[in-house]
Structures are given as C-alpha cells and as structure tokens.
Design a protein around this ligand. Structure first.
Ligand code: BUP
Length: 455
C-alpha cells in the first residue's frame, strides 16, 4: 500500500566535490515529487560551500534545510590535518545531535542518504532509529572497488613489497595509484576514515553512485556480483547527475570571443593547493602549447586562505604577455557553464569525479593530471573509455616532482590536436544523456530506488 510522497533526508560530506552531487541529486528527487530535507553541517569548511548553499536554498524553496551545528574540535592531531577530512571527524563527534534532529523531521523519513565518508558515523544512528540508510558514493565505481575492500588488505598492502594492489575480483592496480597516505605505516585521518567507512558500508541498505553503466560496467558488475566484497548491498548507478541552474554564475564574455573548440580549460578543483613553482611552470607550459587557455589558479586548499593577488602568484608580466590568448583567474567560476561553452575544446583536469562527469556530460576531452586522493583511479577511467589521455609519468600534484613547462606544453598541444578523443568524447556525451533519459540504465536505477522508498 502506498503512502504519501516519501520524505528523504540527505547528509552531504565536506568540500564542493561532495556537496555538489548531493545538491544535484536533491534536485532530481524533488522533480520526481520526493520531499527532500538537506542536513547541512555548520560551519562549512570553505566559503564556496556556504555561498552555494545559500544560493541553492533560495533557488529551491521547497527543499528544507536543517543545520547540524558542529561542536568544536580543538586537538592539534585533528586540526593540523586536511580541514576537509577534519570536518568528518567533527561530524562524528557531533553525531549524538543526529537522532533528535532526524526524529523531529515531519513527515517521518523514508530514508537517510549519507556521504560515503560518514558511513561509520551515521549507520549506527540510523540502525538505532530503524531508518533505512543509503550511501551516496561521489566518486567513480573504480574507486568504490578500492574503498570497500581496502580495510581487508590494509595491513598486508602497506607492508608488502609488491608494487601492485589486488582488489578482489579486479585486475591488480599499481600501488602508485593509491594515495600515499593510505599506504603509510601510521594511521592518519584519511586512512582511518577509508578503513572505517569502507568496512561499515556493508551494513547500509544500498549504495548509490554518480556513474553510469556504459562507462563503468566492469567495476559495477564486480561490485554487484559480490566479487569485490561478499554481501555488499546493491550498488545502483544513477549518474551522471545533471548540472542544474542554481550554480553561481559569472559572465564569460572572454570565452564568447574565442573560436569554437580552441580553448583549453585548466582547473584542479576546489581543494588542490599547487606550489608556486609548479604554477609558474604550468603557465610556461600553457604558453608553449600555443593554445588559447582559461586557467583557474589556486594556491591553497581552502578558498578563504587563498589571499595572494593573482599577479603575485603567476607574475604581472605573465598576465600582460598572454592577454588575448589566455585568461587567468583566481575566483570561483561556473565550471559547468565553461564546459558547455562552444569555445572550450579540452580540459586539463585533476580528475575530481564531478569535473569528469561534467566533461562527459558536455563531451569535452580531458588531459588527466591527478593531484591527490581518488584521482588516479578516476584518471584510469578517462584513459580506458577514451575520454582523453593521462600523463601517467607526472607525479601526484602533492608530490615532490615539479613537471616542467616544456612537457606540459607538449601534452596540452597533443590533447587539443587529438581528433579521436574529440569523437569519443561526443560519443560519451550521448551515452551519458541516454543513461539518465527515459528508459536509460541510470533512470531505471533511480525509479527502482524511489519505488523502494514508496513502499
Ligand atoms: Br574550483 C571550481 N567552479 O571554480 P570535483 C569548481 N567548481 O563550478 P574537487 C566550479 O566544483 P573532490 C570552480 O564544476 C565541480 O562540480 C566543479 O568537484 C565545481 O573536484 C566541483 O571535480 C568540484 O569532484 O573535489 O573540488 O577536488 O576532491 O571531492 O573530488
């Protein structure tokens, strides 16, 4: 027997890369008559998150916001780590505030959807309340295979001499694709969180993922056949999430004046700090490539700490010398609008999964330069599906090595001149739209999920 429209609460993780897919998912649920409440941890780590949230809730007044006011965490062992990981620890320590908040929501909830990095914090809470819990995994299915299995191999993998990691049911992957902090002998926040959350996810009611069958069927099949982890709940691909128009905009008059497909867009996401030395080499590389470019420069992980003037970071003379051919910016841009622009013909990307989803959605070829975290696993997907190429011999952005301008220029030139990638990127664009269109694989997954909540 069907009750009234289901009411679902969403609890996103920290950073734009985790918040954005939750907001896009919320919009797609609302458009299917699901009542949505978003629980927003307060304060946010970055300005980008707080500004996006206020813009979002004024654009979608039917979606309810409930703030989870986090208790302060003062120990240096936490505050000195990456602030985005530290936020998960803060949420964990404030988790006693969740049961009263969840129970107060009206009408009563049908389910809570939580970021993967909050699984071990939230699943015990929902179990005690008898509330179904779903995990929204905001990265690739390839990364999910590592995330859910890492706890079972953590001790042996960190210490053994092999340069490969054997994820059960998958082909071995080079150890170099795994972030160094996961392989370190000592525990840090990232390693603890991946181990604890990966282990706990088996107890969730389902795992939702922002990917689609035609690009990641191998990983999805291995996950759903119990090859990676026996007893894992169903993994449902429901992506790629549609970019939607709440996203903050900034006019791109400069792009409007550039020839079709001539501009390479360069961005390493919202939380990559690049050294000034590497920034200067990158600038040199972009000039050497001979291509037009739109480059978003970031020197600090957290946006409000990124205070240096653009001229000081890249050099005043550089900005002058590239005028007309290159635009360098330091402020937040609406990336989705950039991807959609006819002038953009390539993307030099860190391979955050949202950035890649947007590149797929708009058919933009990618030159992958993973900087940290899940990004090498995602770069593997870029290369395997032919969306672009991966500069495998470049170190993690956070590594010691500085990639020289000469090398960068060469690869960017190759990306922009590669006709095969252009054709394949357009095919992937079609597949992406098919997946979320009527009768598409991701649309079917979403409808089935909603039917479960309606029961
Ligand atoms: Br920077 C920047 N404008 O100026 P990812 C980012 N974005 O719209 P990340 C903008 O933020 P994680 C900007 O389009 C994407 O949706 C971008 O997410 C948008 O990378 C999102 O690509 C960034 O996943 O997060 O920020 O490194 O590490 O969590 O993947």
């Amino acid at each position: 027997q069907r009750s009234a429209a289901p009411h679902v609460a969403l609890l996103p993780g920290s950073g734009m890369g985790h918040l954005t897919p939750f907001l896009r998912f919320a919009v797609s649920l609302t458009s299917r008559n699901i009542r949505v409440t978003i629980i927003t941890p307060h304060s946010t780590v970055s300005l980008a998150e707080s500004q996006t949230l206020s813009h979002f809730f004024s654009s979608f007044p039917s979606i309810t916001q409930k703030q989870l006011r986090l208790l302060p965490v003062n120990e240096a062992s936490v505050t000195l780590e990456d602030p985005f990981y530290a936020q998960y620890e803060a949420i964990r320590r404030s988790s006693h505030l969740l049961p009263p908040l969840l129970s107060s929501l009206s009408p009563p909830l049908s389910a809570l959807v939580t970021d993967m990095s909050l699984a071990s914090t939230v699943i015990p809470v929902t179990q005690a309340l008898g509330l179904p819990n779903y995990i929204l995994f905001t990265s690739s299915a390839k990364m999910l295979t590592l995330f859910v299995s890492f706890h079972s191999m953590v001790d042996s993998q960190a210490t053994n001499d092999s340069d490969e990691i054997q994820i059960p049911g998958m082909r071995p992957i080079p150890k170099s694709w795994v972030p160094p902090s996961l392989l370190s002998d000592t525990y840090n926040l990232l390693k603890t969180q991946i181990v604890e959350n990966g282990k706990k996810m088996i107890e969730s009611d389902g795992i939702l993922i922002n990917t689609f069958q035609s690009i990641e069927h191998e990983s999805l099949e291995a996950l759903n056949d119990g090859k990676v982890v026996n007893g894992l709940p169903r993994v449902t691909a429901i992506g790629p999430f549609h970019p939607c128009d709440f996203e903050r905009s900034r006019p791109l008059a400069w792009l409007d004046d550039q020839p079709e497909g001539s501009v390479v867009y360069v961005s390493f996401g919202s939380r990559t700090a690049m050294s000034r030395e590497q920034i200067r080499e990158l600038g040199d590389g972009l000039v050497r490539s001979g291509c037009r470019f739109l480059w978003l420069v970031k020197e600090k992980k957290v946006d409000w700490e990124d205070a240096a003037e653009l001229g000081e970071v890249v050099g005043e003379e550089f900005i002058e010398s590239v005028k007309g051919k290159g635009l360098v910016v330091k402020d937040w841009l609406n990336q989705e609008e950039i991807m959609a622009h006819q002038a953009v013909g390539g993307f030099l990307s860190h391979c955050g999964w949202n950035s890649l989803s947007e590149a797929m959605w708009h058919g933009v070829p990618v030159l992958a330069w993973p900087q940290h975290g899940d990004q090498k696993m995602n770069a593997y997907v870029v290369e395997r599906i032919g969306l672009g190429m991966w500069a495998k011999d470049w170190d993690w952005g956070e590594g010691e090595m500085v990639v020289e301008g000469d090398e960068i220029g060469k690869r960017v030139g190759e990306l922009m001149g590669n006709e095969l990638h252009k054709v394949q990127a357009m095919r992937i664009r079609e597949e992406a739209r098919k997946a979320v269109g009527d009768g598409g694989s991701s649309m079917k997954g979403l409808i089935e999920l909603i039917e479960t909540w309606e029961k």
